[in-house]
Design a protein around this ligand. Structure first.
Ligand code: SAH
Ligand code: SF4
Length: 361
């Protein structure tokens, strides 16, 4: 292997064809290589059995197919799988595959931490990290798909793991283009804490993923308390930007709302929320707070009756509401619990044993 190899992970068919063309004898060979990488999820050039041996060897000396390395896998009682990855520079991230009826939802990370600093989120409390490269983003998808023995057609992708995807727009957009080759944009959701420049950029894309906005509070005052980013991008400007967002036919914006005990979970908050969303094609995703087992955030989850009343009130206002009963919380894989810390634990087989704590509280 050469010291400086060009990775073919995180680049699309057109670019792979361009990169490998100087090595091939006939043009269709370059397309074959791209097909192996993008559609057949190859992990080595040796896998590419319909290519001449010499070409495989030549590719191997100049290019790599390096992906983030899975260093731990924890399987929840509800069959969610949390992957801990080590990246080339030693940093670590987590991503989660959630089993749903007939498909999996892959929750990918976009950064190694998060500078946005929402008070209820462990990733935010632990602080900023670096941007993931397109290869590191696409690599999470590739490894999970392989592990699940799955077909691309049966996965949804959500950027709801570690990091704020719209603080990493360039790499996110490059990764999206690669993902679109196997997963429809309709099956990909980008979730943001409300970064206006990034939302506008998404709106300008020819092929857009679905948009989810983490609202979490119905007033500027309350939102500022838990999401400091609100000072920079105030709620009224965020709502104006979302009203102007070019939604494709039949699409709606998903509003995520983390319910925190005694803070934003009252019926008056639900009324404020329904007024705020008036006129926007929307779905509301209520996420009862996943408490941080290490109590870094100190915030609590409301009881089930309060959660139910909040949801009912919104439904009475003709809003579409789902409550996301967390998946994978017994293995720290639920929303807001991802830390990406490489902790020394017992043996791998211990993690793959279903945990004793029920994940649905
Ligand atoms: N940074 C992006 C995407 C990652 S966070 C964003 O904020 O949208 C993904 C989702 O997890 C967000 O909707 C966020 O509000 C939610 N979340 C964060 N911490 C949480 C917690 N402790 N419990 C429940 N949901 C949480
Ligand atoms: Fe960052 Fe999203 Fe967590 Fe806020 S909720 S700190 S934006 S990852």
């Amino acid at each position: 292997m050469a010291a400086e190899e060009t990775s073919l992970i995180g680049v699309g068919t057109r670019q792979i064809v361009q990169i490998v063309t100087p090595l091939v004898d006939r043009p269709f060979r370059a397309r074959q290589v791209a097909h192996w990488v993008i559609h057949r999820n190859a992990t080595s050039f040796d896998d590419m059995t319909d290519l001449p041996k010499e070409l495989r060897r030549a590719l191997d000396t100049q290019f790599s197919l390096t992906e983030p390395r899975v260093v731990d896998l924890a399987v929840s009682q509800d069959e969610s799988r949390k992957y801990l990855y080590e990246l080339g520079d030693g940093s670590t991230i987590e991503a989660v595959a959630m089993a749903e009826a007939g498909h999996h939802t892959l929750c990918l990370s976009s950064q190694t931490g998060c500078a946005v600093g929402c008070t209820f989120c462990v990733t935010g409390v632990l602080g900023a990290g670096r941007n993931l490269s397109p290869g590191e983003i696409v690599g999470q998808y590739r490894t999970m798909l392989r592990d699940l023995g799955g077909e691309a057609a049966r996965v949804n992708i959500v950027f709801m793991g570690m990091g704020e995807p719209l603080l990493n727009t360039r790499n996110l957009m490059a990764a999206l283009e690669v993902l679109y080759e196997t997963v429809s944009p309709r099956r990909i959701t980008v979730s943001t804490s409300g970064l206006l420049p990034g939302i506008r950029l998404l709106g300008e894309l020819e092929r857009r993923p679905k948009l989810a906005v983490s609202l979490n509070a119905p007033t500027q005052e309350l939102r500022e308390q838990i999401m400091p980013i609100s000072r920079q991008y105030p709620l009224d400007q965020l709502m104006a930007c979302l009203r102007a967002f070019p939604l494709e036919r039949g699409r709606r914006i998903t509003f995520e709302y983390v319910l925190i005990r005694g803070l934003n979970d009252g019926v008056p908050h639900a009324d404020q929320l329904s007024r705020l969303l008036r006129g926007i094609p929307s779905k509301i995703n209520l996420i009862p707070l996943n408490e941080d087992p290490t109590h870094l955030t100190g915030l609590r989850r409301p009881d089930d009756a309060t959660i139910g009343s909040f949801a009912e009130r919104l439904r009475d206002c003709n809003l579409t509401v789902t409550v996301r009963w967390s998946k994978g919380s017994d293995v720290g894989a639920a929303c807001g619990q991802l830390k990406g810390l490489h902790q020394r634990r017992s043996t791998a087989s211990d993690h793959c044993r279903p945990a004793a704590t029920p994940s649905r509280r």
